[in-house]
Write a protein that binds this ligand. Structure first.
Ligand code: HEC
Length: 148
């Protein structure tokens, strides 16, 4: 047995850990000043705040939105913080990383409990996410701007 080998599942697990940490780090900035927004059809996610890391924030225009036809640069992180009764119940990131083996349509996709438990692993390559998010091709698969 080779102790140092990293199988695909192990890789996905450590990437899930990293993505969760980045998604809950201090210093993220917020769309609409961090107001809680109601989910709009066809969203399956529930009420939410939308957070950005610095890389993503730099791609936004003066309205705080990605201009139509533009793309987020590599390293951009968008985090949907899903709220129920004033509490965060789910952390839902998408991170731009086109060359990552786990990317689906250029993004990493995950869902985590507030304690970091994996609800939807990056190892799934966004199979359950990209179909619906693909409905927003002019906004680099980000759906919020045309709905909120
Ligand atoms: C049936 C459609 C649908 C599916 C499936 C879906 N989403 Fe979304 N998602 C939306 C919509 C619509 C929004 C816009 C905000 C809102 O109203 O909830 C959104 C917003 C988001 C956002 C905030 C950035 C943005 O695009 O606005 C993230 C991050 C996100 N979804 C991640 C995921 C992940 C991860 C999955 C798969 C596990 C997923 N979504 C599956 C429809 C979907």
């Amino acid at each position: 047995m080779v102790l140092n080998s990293c199988g695909p599942n192990e890789d996905a697990q450590s990437l899930d850990d990293t993505l969760f940490e980045e998604s809950t780090a201090n210093g993220l900035s917020y769309y609409k000043n961090g107001d809680i927004l109601e989910a709009k059809a066809p969203s399956p996610h529930g009420s939410f705040k939308l957070a950005y890391n610095d890389v993503a924030a730099q791609a936004l225009d003066s309205e705080g939105e990605l201009p139509v036809g533009a793309s987020f640069p590599k390293g951009s992180l968008l985090v949907k913080e899903v709220y129920k009764d004033g509490q965060v119940t789910l952390i839902v990131p998408m991170k731009k990383d086109e060359n990552n083996d786990f990317a689906g349509d250029g993004w990493l996709w995950g869902e985590y409990g507030p304690d970091g438990s994996v609800v939807y692993s990056v190892g799934e390559k966004g199979k359950s996410c990209t179909g619906c998010h693909g409905g927003s091709p002019n906004r680099d698969l980000v759906r919020t701007y045309d709905l909120h």
